[in-house]
Design a protein around this ligand. Structure first.
Ligand code: HEC
Length: 123
């Protein structure tokens, strides 16, 4: 008699488990991708530039375009005049422009090897 009771309990547990609502589906190895300086090509001034420029927006605005040094300089002017970026002093501006022009040059960086923007066709 006692064993029937246990069996009944086991069956009820089994039914209960089978009827439990499905857990929220999260892919097992999901890691939200935080943007960090390491996502940018290595180079002098990378971290300074990264933290300055990503204070306001995601990096895609920057990494998807390639520009000359003069054009990057102009982008900084635009950020300062139009978007409220604190004007960098001459030394900081030099660091940002040097880094940006080296890391995201006008021509796709295919010649030098290294990082390629897969969304920017080689010109
Ligand atoms: C104080 C805030 C701020 C900082 C700091 C800043 N930006 Fe911006 N930036 C903006 C805003 C606001 C926009 C417009 C965003 C939009 O259109 O979605 C923008 C847009 C851009 C664009 C797209 C062109 C445009 O006018 O829409 C580029 C390129 C850009 N920023 C580059 C940079 C770079 C490079 C730096 C670092 C040197 C930088 N930004 C720092 C606020 C900032």
């Amino acid at each position: 008699m006692r064993s029937w009771g246990l069996l009944a309990a086991a069956l009820m547990l089994g039914i209960g488990a089978a009827g439990a609502p499905a857990q929220a589906q999260t892919p097992p190895n999901f890691q939200p991708q935080a943007e960090t300086p390491e996502a940018w090509p290595a180079g002098e001034g990378r971290d300074e530039t990264f933290y300055m420029c990503t204070a306001c927006h995601a990096t895609g605005l920057i990494t998807r375009i390639g520009q000359t040094r003069e054009q990057w300089n102009g982008v900084i002017d635009l950020m300062v005049s139009k978007h409220g970026m604190p004007a960098p002093d001459a030394r900081d501006r030099e660091i940002f422009v040097n880094y940006l022009a080296a890391a995201f040059p006008l021509r796709a960086p295919a010649q030098g090897g290294g990082w390629r923007n897969p969304f920017q066709p080689t010109r």
